[in-house]
Design a protein around this ligand. Structure first.
Ligand SMILES: Cc1ncc(COP(=O)(O)O)c(C=O)c1O
Length: 970
């Protein structure tokens, strides 16, 4: 490989690819554990320190039975967890379908016509919902948030709205004066955090008068029984589908959702899957309305969200398919009945206590509120708030519960709350009743309470008795589509999953050389711990003493990531790169504010930057000033200097990706950092390309002030077909005071300066951190340095072998690239009418996933092989590109026309290749088996090229009856 590149050794290549002044002489140290077995053992000894109690904490997180068929065939299957976001729909129809199922489920349950294909968590989804209201014409700049939303939702919303200068009124929707304080939107929760269910019809009327949106947080299981928000006039519904088949996982990853009315579809954030047609006119799925997204609209995008929670949305949607409407209704009714029975028992205990006290001291007033259940039975679902009458007794209840390995929520000084879920058993209920009685009687040796017989009470309850009265009882049908009926047995579900997976190209199929995405190996040993109960069974708000294992893991991760990036501090709260960007920018704002320079709000961004950068700047309430790139693809230093000087009064930051999104280690990066610092700004490094830096240099060493990491790129968390991700942010010492905290588990130390909460859970998606921990410990700093070297070697080898066929758009002065490079195919349009997209689709015929298309330069291909690919796979890809070039030459030579050739007609699907009607000017063999190796191993795209316009013109983002026509085995 070195010969091909023209260097004597890998070390020489690295010295030519990376500027001298930023290469480590001595790299910082991250230790490694030798071998997969030993590393797993060490992680197990950490995990063992976590204590898994039965959780009744609620607050949007519930235990769930994950159907084993989904664990084995989805969560543990590389076919599902390794694919990328479905930007190439012809080889992604499987997960596009499961995401469409998810959207259909959300739309049906919420009663709103459109849903996206997931967001990051419930609290950020609430923030996104409020941001949607900011895109509407309205004279008010305020929003209202009910005090009965989950506290973590309120915190995140305050951070997000605060960034945009939007005033958040927090209060009681019944008493708030909406007439005199008009708001753009009111955000309420149904059922609320205290378990209560309100009738929002009157609120809807008030909001209609002020032309304000009604946004409703919801719980999916309850909506199988309750009137859905869409039917009482909500414009937007949001929530989290965690209880549909996902582990608690210390807070995530889980799929949040956002559904909206027809009027709001153009401002709905995140990915939306829609139905379109392929070039044969057959129905096919694709990501719709992408013109809203930041890779097109940049700072004018509806949101900065990019990676979301595709894999988790897939599981939740499939959970609904597996249970069907009947299963879910029966589950919800069971939970509701259990809650009724529990409430009856607690009331009986309360009555006994009142009677005993009255007997003992008839002259004293009967004590109020000992085990008094709050709200009417008709106004709750799975949660009961219980007044304990005193702080002492509330403490006692919590303590007694802990002795029985149960966690309750401390709702207020004198009250606790209990939330039930599908995993609650009769034994749990008996223990719950016992805990209350025991808490009361243990302090009083004379006390004697009869334990109510909860089993009998539960057994005597009928469905009719617990059914909701008007206006809460759901009458409308849901999940009526065939997909929610057909796969209710394990055999059917297994086959459905296998069928869908066979349509999707993941790393188990071949190379995914997507530039900027780092589609590297997600090693099985790294993946195993994620589903250990000791990680998965932990509630994010469990008491700290039960999370000792997690705490050690968090500490070690923060230290290792800070070391790798060359910084002093790290937060694990942001749950995607976009959220790391938002967090970092908010911290920069706060830093300037604290230094008496609140006017610093301009962020310089090179034109080559990823779309999330400008979109995050807008989300953080700052402004973008673009910096040009020079003809060599580098940031134009003269322009950078000019812009920094011009904006010196208001300069907040430079956001820069390194190596650049053009695939080059720019020479002047240190100078760029110095210029920004001279004019008072901070340097934010986008760490998406960290796979080229680890162990060789670092953002801190280069001179940046902070950087986010995409753990789902460099640090091996699989991409899941579009998420989960994790976007920790590492920062220099002077920025540590501004790191996010969390209202529920805050380290308080720096509370005053902190920017607040940015995710629902204190450590974002905690249960996938073990994946990156495994990687870091298996590699150590030395191993990561080798990985970076090999990634750079592979990219340079490919560039060297391809450069005589297609120009490499940008290299450094010495002619080398970093860990990725741009193949310039723009000239082919003139020569043969061929565009980058044609090559991308033709690569599917050769059994490859296309490189990144048209980013950062339109009509080019950006290739990133990563260190995980073998030489033979890399050579196979090179062979494919060279052969495609021969096909282009045939068009040029007039053998085939510009419009009817193997490239324009790509990809070729099996039906057309074996059909008796073959009307193409080239043979079938050329279409399907352009190289011999394909005869032994061939991946067939399942649909032909998608019609992009049709799908957006007539948006169909939900399954419709009979559409199973596109499912041949149904
Ligand atoms: C350069 C760059 N920055 C930021 C992001 C956004 O990260 P995420 O998708 O995790 O939000 C990406 C994602 O592809 C990227 O390539």
């Amino acid at each position: 490989m070195c010969d091909e590149i023209g260097v004597a050794s890998v070390e020489q290549l690295i010295s030519k690819a990376i500027p001298d002044d930023i290469r480590y002489d001595i790299r910082p140290y991250v230790s490694r554990v030798k071998g997969e077995t030993e590393t797993l053992q060490e992680l197990f000894s950490i995990a063992r320190q976590n204590e898994v109690f039965k959780n009744f904490i609620g607050m949007g997180y519930h235990d769930s039975h994950i159907p084993p068929v989904l664990i084995r065939n989805v969560l543990q299957s590389p076919q599902w967890y390794t694919p990328y976001t479905p930007y190439q729909p012809e080889i992604s129809q499987g997960r596009l379908e499961t995401l469409m199922n998810y959207q259909t489920m959300i739309s049906d349950l919420t009663g709103l016509p459109f849903s996206n294909a997931s967001l990051l968590d419930e609290a950020t989804a609430a923030g996104e919902a409020l941001s949607m209201s900011l895109h509407q014409k309205h004279s008010s700049h305020d929003v209202f948030v009910s005090e009965l939303c989950h506290p973590q939702t309120i915190s995140v919303v305050q951070t997000r709205m605060g960034a945009l200068g939007v005033h958040v009124h927090i209060g009681d929707h019944n008493t708030f004066d909406f007439t005199n304080n008009p708001v753009r939107a009111a955000l309420v929760q149904y059922p609320a955090t205290d378990g209560s269910i309100s009738d929002f019809r009157e609120l809807r009327e008030k909001l209609t008068q002020t032309k304000s949106l009604l946004i409703c947080g919801t719980d999916l299981l309850s909506l199988t029984l309750l009137t859905p928000p869409g039917e009482f006039g909500a414009d937007i519904a949001y929530g989290c589908s965690q209880r549909f088949g996902l582990p608690l996982g210390g807070g995530g990853p889980h799929a949040a959702y956002l559904a909206c009315s027809q009027d709001l579809i153009r401002v709905l954030p995140g990915r939306i899957i829609g139905r379109s047609l392929d070039s044969r006119g057959k129905p096919a799925l694709r990501m719709a309305l992408q013109t809203r997204e930041q890779h097109i609209r940049r700072e004018r995008a509806t949101s900065n969200i990019c990676t979301s929670q595709a894999l988790l949305a897939t599981v939740s949607g499939l959970y609904a398919c597996y249970h069907g409407k009947e299963g879910l209704v029966s589950m919800a009714t069971h939970v509701l009945k259990q809650n009724f029975a529990l409430r009856t028992c607690l009331r009986q205990l309360g009555d006994q206590i009142a009677a005993r006290t009255f007997e003992a001291s008839p002259h004293l007033p009967v004590p109020k509120g000992v085990f008094e259940v709050v709200h009417n039975d008709n106004n709750v679902f799975d949660t009961t708030q219980v007044m304990c009458g005193s702080e002492y007794l509330a403490d006692k209840v919590i303590k007694t519960a802990a002795e029985h390995r149960m966690n309750f929520r401390r709702y207020s000084k004198e009250s606790i709350s209990i939330t039930l879920d599908e995993t609650t058993t009769m034994d749990h209920l008996k223990t719950l009743v016992y805990v209350f009685a025991e808490a009361y009687t243990s302090g009083d040796p004379d006390a004697d309470l009869d334990l109510p017989d909860i089993e009998k009470i539960f057994g005597d309850l009928t469905n009719e008795e617990v059914a909701y009265p008007e206006p809460f009882n759901r009458k409308s049908d849901f999940l009526s589509h065939e997909v929610f009926h057909l796969y209710r047995t394990e055999t059917q579900m297994m086959r459905y999953l296998h069928h869908l997976a066979s349509k999707d190209y993941g790393l188990q199929t071949g190379m995914i050389p997507l530039g900027s995405c780092t589609m590297k190996l997600n090693a099985a040993a790294e993946m195993l711990p994620m589903l250990w109960r000791k990680f998965g069974g932990i509630h994010p708000f469990a008491p700290p003493e039960q999370m000792q294992g997690y705490r050690q893991l968090f500490g070690e991760m923060e230290t290792m990531l800070a070391t790798v990036t060359g910084f002093a501090g790290c937060t694990l709260q942001p749950n995607a790169g976009s959220q790391g960007e938002f967090t970092g920018l908010m911290m920069i704002r706060k830093y300037h504010e604290q230094r008496g320079e609140p006017q610093r709000n301009i962020c310089l961004i090179p034109t080559s930057a990823h779309g999330t950068n400008p979109a995050s700047v807008a989300t953080a309430g700052m402004k973008v000033a673009s910096v040009k790139c020079d003809p060599g693809g580098n940031v134009c230093m003269a322009d950078l200097k000019e812009k920094a000087e011009k904006h010196q009064e208001n300069l907040a930051a430079l956001m820069i990706t390194y190596p650049s999104t053009h695939g080059v280690f720019e020479e002047d990066i240190r100078e760029a950092c110095d210029i920004i610092h001279t004019y008072g700004g901070q340097v934010y490094m986008d760490g998406a390309n960290m796979n080229a830096q680890c162990g060789l240099t670092s953002p801190g060493f280069i001179g940046a002030d902070m950087c986010h990491l995409n753990l789902h790129k460099t640090f091996c968390i699989p991409h899941g077909g579009g998420g989960p991700g994790m976007g920790p942010l590492c920062v220099a010492a002077h920025l540590i005071p501004y790191l996010p905290t969390h209202s529920i588990q805050s380290p308080v130390l720096y509370d005053k300066l902190s920017i607040g909460a940015v995710s629902a859970a204190p450590r974002g998606s905690a249960s996938i951190l073990p994946i990156s921990w495994m990687y870091l410990k298996l590699m150590g700093m030395q191993g990561m340095a080798t990985a970076s070297q090999i990634a750079i070697l592979n990219a340079n080898y490919m560039a060297a072998r391809l450069k005589d066929t297609f120009p490499i758009l940008y290299t450094n002065k010495e002619g080398y690239v970093g860990h990725e490079f741009i193949l310039d195919v723009r000239h082919l349009k003139k020569r043969a009418g061929v565009e980058a997209i044609d090559i991308a689709k033709r690569l599917q015929d050769y059994g490859f996933h296309a490189p990144t298309l048209s980013f950062p330069v339109a009509n080019t291909l950006m290739i990133e092989p990563t260190e995980s690919e073998t030489l033979s796979e890399i050579d196979r890809f090179i062979e494919a590109i060279l052969q495609i070039n021969e096909e282009v030459k045939e068009i040029e030579a007039g053998v085939y026309s510009n419009t009817d050739n193997v490239l324009k007609n790509a990809p070729h699907v099996i039906e057309e290749c074996i059909s008796s009607e073959w009307d193409k000017p080239y043979p079938r063999e050329k279409a399907a088996f352009p190289v011999d190796s394909l005869k032994t191993k061939k991946f067939w795209p399942s649909v032909k090229r998608l019609n992009e316009v049709e799908g957006d013109k007539h948006l169909k983002a939900k399954r419709t009856p009979g559409d199973l026509a596109w499912l041949p085995d149904a």
